[in-house]
Design a protein around this ligand. Sequence first.
Ligand SMILES: C[S@@+](CC[C@H](N)C(=O)[O-])C[C@H]1O[C@@H](n2cnc3c(N)ncnc32)[C@H](O)[C@@H]1O
Length: 324
Amino acid sequence: MAARPVLRTAVRAVRVLPQSGPSRSCSSSRHVRLFSTTPRSFKSPSDHATSTSSSTDRTTHFGFEDGISEAEKTERVAGVFHSVAESYDRMNDLMSFGVHRLWKDHFVSSLNPGSSSSIPPKPQHILDIAGGTGDIAFRMLHNAHTIHRNTSVHVTISDINPSMLAVGKQRSLSLPPSQQSALSFLPADATALPASILPNSIDLYTVAFGIRNFANIPLALREAYRVLKPGGVFACLEFSKVENPVLDAVYKRWSFSGIPLIGQLVAGDRDSYQYLVESIERFPSQGEFRDMIVDAGFVVGGDGYENLTGGVAAIHKGMKPLDG
Ligand SMILES: C[S@@+](CC[C@H](N)C(=O)[O-])C[C@H]1O[C@@H](n2cnc3c(N)ncnc32)[C@H](O)[C@@H]1O
């Protein structure tokens, strides 16, 4: 695969991507040195062939259906999340037996927002893309404001779906006032971020269980790269491929029979949950997705991902080079 040499170079150059937040990593002279030169075979986003075709011409898939235009996928995904918005949080607990909470806790603590050692702490702008009902953003604010007593962290929850954002807004009313004022909501498509998010303006871009729904994942990765500051971090939590065949068989059986049934019984919507299960199956493997992140211009450390629960989910991280 074309990305392999890039990855190997990155892996040789970078021992570990920071676990404690982008601001700390960027201030480290070790990282300045490691990231200040462009890895061999590095492709800047502008090197990518830009397609002149539009989202109505380019095709993708929707669950197991192929040959769907990107525009139609976006519209159908919007329909799914409009339909599930009210039951989304309850269904997440039922479908994952509450484990999604542990994954999200781990994701946020691995990024550790607000932990900057600089005094006073640097303001940090986090963009939580496909933020939905706010699970990641609220944890980010809790980590920064409550654990680190760092109120200079601001989180923008962005989502294409107004129904999901409306549930998130309602939930945010129970946050402490200081956290509410450090939060904003932005309706936006991750594949075409609005001009209000300036290039090179974001310290940390997060996306949890959202990216598999995007009609054009490479385009969304390029948008992430564009809006992140040099040294900024892209972090993704997403369903992935289970590595143990026995666990995989059990998991697939549960996914394809249990989840649509629960969707039907609890939310009265079998089809949306059937799509969610199929979209998980269609999402690239850990290694393939890591290569897409590298292709978008990010530098990754180690394997570039961390498996959770044997690969049921995985965390991927990439850093925009300091000269990016
Ligand atoms: C499974 S939910 C995840 C919500 C939240 N991040 C969480 O972890 O609970 C997926 C979200 O992706 C959003 N989404 C789908 N396509 C999108 C796009 N092109 N741009 C932005 N958000 C999108 C949906 O509206 C939905 O809120």
